[in-house]
Design a protein around this ligand. Structure first.
Ligand SMILES: [Ca+2]
Ligand SMILES: [Ca+2]
Length: 95
């Protein structure tokens, strides 16, 4: 069995916290300037999963991966996944 990677621990902890707290906002309209990783018009857990899978090497780079850089610092990292989850949880406003 494959051991979970450490870099997924923090976002998973946030996700579990959001679920345990009964957060009702599981998706947020992408009317903000926040990049939308999967391009479906909302920012939700599926976006975080997509970027996490990209970082884990489970999916290849695509033209859409430019949207994976949530804080637009030129680097796609675990921090981008964390920002998505913080945004969904209402802890970060995308600014
Ligand atoms: Ca999305
Ligand atoms: Ca980034």
């Amino acid at each position: 069995m494959r051991k979970p990677k450490r870099r997924l621990a923090f976002p998973l902890a946030i996700l579990v916290s959001v679920i345990c707290l009964g957060a009702t906002a599981t998706s947020v309209s992408a009317t903000t300037t926040l990049p939308d990783p999967n391009g479906d018009g909302t920012i939700d857990v599926s976006d975080a999963v997509l970027v996490a899978r990209y970082l884990d090497g489970q999916i290849a780079t695509s033209t859409q991966s430019v949207n994976y850089d949530i804080n637009e610092n030129g680097i796609i990292s675990q921090f981008d996944v964390d920002l998505i989850l913080l945004y969904i949880a209402g802890i970060w406003n995308g600014g």
